[in-house]
Design a binder for this molecule. Sequence first.
Ligand SMILES: NC(=O)c1ccc[n+]([C@@H]2O[C@H](COP(=O)([O-])OP(=O)(O)OC[C@H]3O[C@@H](n4cnc5c(N)ncnc54)[C@H](OP(=O)(O)O)[C@@H]3O)[C@@H](O)[C@H]2O)c1
Length: 317
Amino acid sequence: MLALVTGGTGFIGSHLCARLLAAGHRVRVLARPGSGLASLEGLEVEVARGSLEGEGLERAVAGADWVFHLAGALKGFREADLMRVNRDGTGRLLRACRARAPEARFLLVSSLAAGGPGPGPLREDDPPRPLTWYGRSKLEAEREVLASGLEAVILRPPVVFGPRDRDVLGYFRVARFFLPVAGGGRRYSLVYAPDLADGLLRAAQTPCPSGEIFHLTGPDLTWAAFGQRIAAALGRPARVLALPEFVVRACGRAADLGARLRGRPGIFSSQKVMEMLAPGWVASPDKAARILGWTAPTGLDPALAATVAWYRDHGWI
Ligand SMILES: NC(=O)c1ccc[n+]([C@@H]2O[C@H](COP(=O)([O-])OP(=O)(O)OC[C@H]3O[C@@H](n4cnc5c(N)ncnc54)[C@H](OP(=O)(O)O)[C@@H]3O)[C@@H](O)[C@H]2O)c1
């Protein structure tokens, strides 16, 4: 099969490219004109230069059997920034597919954020209640896909961690010294990036009605318990530092201000604080297990050990 991977230069996309190649498929990556290809080093991928907001989409999708759409914005200064990339960019890619790859299977990597939080377990057919700009923009992207008429599958991962991730990396860094915890007993689902890549491939290969939504998720645990397992993987003592909610909110506002001064949005922001203080983000894995026959194959401790080893090898921690 020929797979187009948008966002192939990013964290999850690079794991997906490796998984697709290992399974014997051809991979073409959509990369923006200025995008670096370091995360794809050693992988035999074809590169199609183009952007969700510019030129090159029709050339990139031409002849693809599978279109894995991972390119997206995870942070922005305002909702419109996220809508422009996640909703409108998805719409442009879908139009290119209708023109040049109308038979392709379109796999949208959405997010648990599109469905919104809950103590869980959240199910795919729960009425969506996204909480943040990001969540709303991902839900709008899902709606674009469902309205497109293309054969499509929507995948909603929770928090993703693993080699090359720069977002959860900050928690690995501070976990060497202490474990800041804002969420109290709130539980969060997690998935290891190579496992997620495996689930995405399974979703591409498994026949199912068009428009189905699946959580691709691994274990769920409290943020403190996750930190303790990270500390164990680091070989450090786990010192939990419980932060009152007002402190976390103040940190979020300070981060917003810092981002404005730098002129670059950061992953930690008052929008992220809203997600952290939500009742929980536990996704049910049942539907993916039942229909796709997929459950996350790697245990949490081996996944954390591999992530720590990668970060150490590359001098990230
Ligand atoms: N990380 C998570 O915990 C998580 C959880 C749930 C869902 N997701 C979803 O998974 C997808 C991938 O996330 P990630 O964590 O791998 O993010 P990432 O490392 O930031 O990668 C984002 C990718 O999107 C590309 N991109 C951004 N804007 C683009 C545009 N206008 N045109 C073309 N390409 C563009 C980036 O290209 P450049 O190389 O040029 O920057 C990069 O390849 C996203 O759709 C995200 O919403 C992520």
